[in-house]
Write a protein that binds this ligand. Structure first.
Ligand code: ADP
Ligand code: MG
Length: 259
């Protein structure tokens, strides 16, 4: 289990999140939704132990995340950051193989099992034809899928994804979340996903957290949280909520009034 207990994070004097609690247990897909600057990325960084807390604690399998080495954390938690940084020209194969790094032996060579896992994740993310292509010569969407593939290749039990669907076309947005959801269901994995797509969250999340100005507005099932009143409170926007005709999940439609 990955758990944030009443955590507060300050950047210099300013509070980015205050007193936020969240748990992610196996098979959970938790969507974090909120306006720009709400503290969503900061919350993910805190869950990964990569930002200092000024209050509260983060527990990984019941132990303070601070008691783990970075390598031990990397075996358990995979992160898909908002912007992937690519300093060297690497192929998709090499990049995804990088996801096995936390498991590498003293010599740093990949094993046959590593290669197998990478090939499987490339197939899963529909990138099998891309193995030899250079990462910096891919489209934004292809690169994003490779970034997910690298995270899946870690076989970490916790996936933290920051706006993983931002550059994707309609079909690949759904594919991305279906993959994450499938992995969580099958492999006892939990994911925390920051997304601006409330409708995708409604379809694929088991729980939703609404965050505003660094504070939790609500946490619960999609149908409990994605309501007219709560979305008005968080986004100051009028929406309609009905049921998706096929899935039955909440369907959110913004109402744009002129004037
Ligand atoms: P979100 O991901 O919801 O857009 P962030 O977690 O990135 O929000 O940011 C929350 C707040 O913290 C914002 O006010 C942002 O300006 C501030 N912030 C984020 N990262 C830093 C940083 N490295 N240094 C100082 N302030 C930061
Ligand atoms: Mg962010």
């Amino acid at each position: 289990m990955l758990e944030a207990r009443k955590i507060t994070v300050n950047y210099d004097e300013r509070e980015a999140i205050g007193g936020v609690s969240l748990t992610a247990t196996p098979k959970d897909v938790v969507a974090i939704i909120g306006p720009n600057g709400a503290g969503k990325s900061t919350l993910l960084r805190a869950l990964n132990g990569s930002v200092a807390l000024s209050a509260g604690e983060v527990l990984l399998d019941e132990r303070s995340i601070k008691s783990y080495s970075r390598r031990a954390v990397a075996r358990r938690i995979a992160v898909v950051a908002q912007e992937a940084e690519l300093r060297f020209p690497v192929t998709v194969m090499e990049f995804v193989l990088g996801g096995r790094f936390a498991w590498s032996n003293a010599w740093g060579w990949e094993t046959e099992r590593d290669i197998e896992i990478v090939q499987k994740t490339l197939r899963e993310t529909e990138l099998d034809g891309f193995a030899d292509r250079l990462m910096n010569e891919l489209s934004g969407g292809e690169r994003q899928r490779a970034v997910l593939a690298r995270a899946l290749a870690t076989e970490a039990k916790f996936l933290l994804l920051d706006e993983p669907t931002a550059n994707l076309d309609l079909a690949h947005q759904a594919m991305m979340l279906r993959l994450v959801r499938g992995r969580c269901d099958r492999a006892d994995t939990a994911a925390v996903v920051v997304t601006h797509d409330v409708n995708l969250a409604a379809e694929f999340a088991t729980r939703v957290m609404l965050l505003k100005d660094g504070h939790t507005i609500a946490v619960g099932l999609p149908e409990e949280v994605l309501t007219v009143d709560l979305l008005k409170k968080v986004f100051d926007l009028q929406v309609l909520v009905d049921a998706h005709p096929v899935s039955g999940a909440p369907r959110i439609t913004p109402v744009h009034t002129q004037g």
